[in-house]
Design a protein around this ligand. Structure first.
Ligand SMILES: *Cc1c(COP(=O)(O)O)cnc(C)c1O
Length: 373
């Protein structure tokens, strides 16, 4: 038996506004650190365990049950733990469910556009709606969409991480007279808000924004969509095969699943998704109000679709960008630089960002404005 040493990690860390991989709940990091060498007396780190052993199976089953409970996922959906991230799903969704040959896309920013370009390799794509003309700052009204009858699905990105545009209510295709399944890329707001699964056929998310570390992809898919894969779909990425093997057709990203499991338990201790949603509303309002009230900062996204997770904003005097970022760093506010395609700043305020972190950012923004205006 080797000697094992653990210590509790207590430290004040800076607030990290990265869009992803993103800040994790500190409690979760400390818990993982304390279990790193010896998980629950097993004598093994989670990353050293067989994925088929009873220890890891218990971690996997708990994570599955917690995600179903927290996200209120109905029984007729399968929960798959995959790899390859959101970008792999851009290919895997058409490979798995585009058998009719035509797929509709609603383009609202960089991510939905990327999804569309990838899908083109596997099926014919139709742009049902596009908000490019206003610089991806509003959402096209579903009543104006040109939906193809009989298309395999309609894809939208329910939170555009780069442009900061979020669907606060998903379209109800059934009510509009279509039975095309709705596919959502909810990578950057999964578990941040309550979701109406009646409107969804398939949802996918890379874990590294709101659920855990990079390496794990969550796919939630309605059972009736499992049997539609194109013959060229790789077995390890075939939803039916993955589902039929409890996400263990091949070795799953075990450590990332374990970390996501700790995040899920943390979410439960926070009061669940509805409680998170209320907190996220408060956090977002705090930041948007500060931006809107100032003549110094600006957010260009329409009121009804401003993201609660990713807040892009601009200094009206862009020559101050570097000074703003350097000062932020000194104040313990990290990774605020905007995406290169949009410029300016972006504050990602996922579940794990406490209200105090957003308040610290707002305080710094007001202070910076005072000294520079
Ligand atoms: C980050 C992100 C992706 C890409 O995820 P990868 O894991 O890098 O493939 C896709 N879609 C959205 C909405 C994202 O925010």
């Amino acid at each position: 038996m080797r000697q094992v040493m653990t210590k509790t990690i207590l430290m004040q860390r800076p607030y990290n506004f990265s869009a992803g991989p993103a800040t994790m709940p500190q409690e979760v990091l400390a818990e993982a650190a304390s279990e790193m060498l010896d998980w629950h007396g097993s004598g093994m780190s989670v990353m050293e365990m067989s994925h088929r052993g009873k220890e890891f199976i218990s971690i996997y089953e708990q994570a599955q049950a917690d995600i179903r409970e927290l996200l209120a996922i109905p029984d007729h959906f399968k929960i798959l733990f995959m790899q390859g991230g959101g970008l792999a799903e851009n290919a895997l969704v058409p490979l798995n469910i585009s058998c009719s040959g035509t797929v509709d896309f609603v383009v609202t920013g960089s991510w939905s556009k990327k999804s569309l370009e990838e899908a083109r390799k596997y099926c014919s794509v139709n742009v049902a709606a596009n908000n490019e003309s206003d610089g991806h700052t509003s959402l096209p009204d579903p009543q104006t969409w040109k939906i193809s009858r009989g298309a395999s699905y309609l894809h939208l990105c329910s939170n555009e991480t780069i442009h900061g545009v979020e669907w606060h209510e998903l379209p109800d295709l059934k009510a509009m007279g279509y039975d095309n399944p709705l596919v959502i890329d909810f990578s950057s707001h999964a578990a941040s808000r309550v979701l109406d699964w009646n409107r969804v056929g398939l949802a996918f998310a890379g874990a590294q924004k709101n659920l855990g570390p990079a390496g794990l992809t969550l796919v939630v898919v309605r059972e009736d969509l499992l049997d539609r894969a194109l013959p060229i779909c790789p077995s390890a990425f075939n939803y039916k095969i993955v589902a039929g093997n409890q996400s263990m057709f091949n070795t799953p990203p075990t450590y990332a699943i374990y970390m996501a499991g700790l995040v899920l338990q943390w979410l439960k201790r926070q009061g669940g998704i509805a409680a998170m949603e209320s907190r996220n509303k408060v956090k977002a309002a705090l930041l948007y109000d500060a931006i809107d009230k100032s003549q110094f900062y600006q957010n260009k996204v329409a009121d009804n679709c401003r993201s609660r997770m990713n807040v892009p904003f601009f200094l009206r005097n862009e020559s101050l960008n570097e000074a703003f970022l350097a000062g932020a760093q000194r104040h313990g506010l990290l990774q605020l630089k905007g995406h290169k395609s949009v410029g300016g700043m972006r504050a990602s305020i996922y579940n794990a960002m406490p209200t105090e972190g957003v308040q610290a950012l707002v305080d710094y923004m007001l202070e910076f404005q005072k000294t520079r205006a």
